[in-house]
Design a protein around this ligand. Structure first.
Ligand code: OFO
Length: 168
C-alpha cells in the first residue's frame, strides 16, 4: 500500500503531467495560428500523450489502494515568439519533468517502496525518449536554418512533423 507521502507525490506528478498536456495544447494552438499546421499536429498529439501519462499514474494510485485527485491546472500564458523558442520551451519543460521523476525515484528508494520504484522506471525510460525527441526538434530546426530558416525549409519541417508517427 502507498504511504500518504508517496500518494501526495504521485498526485503532484499527475498534476504535472496534466499541466504538461495543457502546455503542449497551448503551444500547438500558437503554432497553428502561425501557419505551422504540422508542428501544431505534432504538439497536439504530444498533449494527448501527456494526458495518458497522467492517467497511467492515476491508475497506479488506484491499484495500490490510494486515492488519486484530479487537480486543476493553470493557464500557460508564456507563448513563444519563434519556432526555435517554442522548441526550447518543449525541451526545458521535459528536463524539468525528468527532475520531478527523479524525485519520485529518490522518494521510493528512501521509503523502500519497491513497487513505486519499479513503476517509476517506466517514466525514467520515457523521459530519455522525451528529451531525445525535444533535442531532435531543436536539431532539425538548426539544420533548416534556425530562426533564419527559409519559408521553404520551414514548410518541409512542418510537413515532416505533421507526419511523424505517434508515440506511446
Ligand atoms: Fe513529456 O513527459 Fe510525461 O512524463
Amino acid at each position: 500500500r502507498l504511504s500518504k507521502a508517496m500518494e501526495t507525490s504521485l498526485i503532484k506528478q499527475m498534476t504535472k503531467e496534466n499541466q504538461a498536456s495543457q502546455i503542449y495544447l497551448s503551444l500547438g494552438c500558437w503554432a497553428d495560428t502561425m501557419g505551422y499546421g504540422g508542428i501544431a499536429n505534432f504538439l497536439f498529439r504530444h498533449a494527448q500523450e501527456e494526458r495518458n501519462h497522467m492517467i497511467k499514474i492515476m491508475m497506479y494510485i488506484l491499484e495500490r489502494g490510494g486515492t488519486p485527485k484530479v487537480e486543476g491546472v493553470t493557464e500557460h500564458k508564456k507563448l513563444p515568439k519563434t519556432i526555435s523558442e517554442c522548441f526550447d520551451m518543449v525541451f526545458q519543460h521535459e528536463v524539468d519533468n525528468t527532475n520531478a521523476i527523479y524525485g519520485l525515484v529518490n522518494q521510493s528508494l528512501d521509503e523502500k517502496d519497491w513497487a513505486t520504484w519499479n513503476f517509476a522506471q517506466w517514466f525514467v525510460k520515457e523521459q530519455i525518449e522525451e528529451e531525445k525527441l525535444a533535442m531532435e526538434l531543436i536539431d532539425k530546426l538548426k539544420i533548416a536554418g534556425g530562426d533564419r530558416a527559409t519559408d521553404e525549409s520551414l514548410f518541409e519541417l512542418d510537413k515532416h512533423l505533421g507526419n511523424a508517427p505517434d508515440e506511446v
